[in-house]
Design a protein around this ligand. Structure first.
Ligand code: SF4
Length: 210
């Protein structure tokens, strides 16, 4: 994909969805961090169902810590890996209070030092909550980056770095959301919907199924 095509690719996605947003429900930076932490290997819909009750009871690190691991588990049983996630979330809350005054830090190293928070989660928080032009590479973005020729790479970090080089500055803030939504609803894993794809003329993938 040439640079001109990359520009056209994002211009097309932006025209279709000028203000893309996360599909996770949250009302604070802390809730965003918790929701992303809980979303590993789970759908946003399943996470939103669980966090509706959880965040009503515990909207802050202090109140979440007060629930205890078992209290958190009660709310998130329907999500995969809930025991590990409950432990990680509980310990993350303890560290947020101990190290960061109960605030979510705007710092990659500090975020990645929290249990259950890896590079992808840190990127989502830095991008969505703090407006930094990071691009978190999840399974959808990894696939779209490789399949289209936009940002080929063998690992998520390769794809992330390729995207940061290739995505024009004007699109970098929202690239994460456009690519996730495109991968989730159009450029799907098993059978991409190329016949309905608005960026098909710009995409390297061949042969394109109808
Ligand atoms: S044309 Fe097909 S493979 Fe290319 S981005 Fe669109 S859906 Fe994905």
């Amino acid at each position: 994909m040439t640079d001109t095509q990359v520009e056209a690719f994002f211009a097309t996605l932006r025209a279709a969805n000028p203000q893309p947003a996360s599909e996770l429900s949250y009302s604070s930076v802390f809730e965003l961090l918790a929701a992303v932490l809980l979303s590993a290997q789970a759908t946003d819909v399943s996470v939103n169902k669980a966090t509706a009750g959880l965040f009503a009871r515990a909207p802050s690190p202090q109140t979440m810590l007060g629930l205890g691991v078992e209290g958190i588990e009660q709310h998130i049983r329907t999500i995969g890996l809930f025991r590990t996630k409950a432990r990680n979330l509980h310990e993350t809350c303890r560290l947020l209070i101990e190290r960061h005054g109960g605030q979510v830090p705007r710092d990659r190293a500090a975020l990645e030092a929290l249990p259950g928070v890896g590079r992808k989660t840190a990127n989502v928080v830095l991008n969505v909550a703090f407006g930094e032009p990071t691009i978190a590479v999840d399974t959808h973005i990894f696939r779209v980056g490789n399949r289209t020729g936009l940002a080929p790479g063998r690992t998520p970090l390769d794809v992330e770095q390729a995207l940061l080089r290739r995505v024009p500055a004007a699109y970098r803030d929202d690239a994460h959301h456009w690519l996730i939504l495109h991968g989730r609803y159009v450029c799907q894993a098993r059978k991409p919907l190329c016949g309905q794809c608005q960026v098909a003329a710009l995409c390297d993938f061949e042969p394109k199924p109808e």
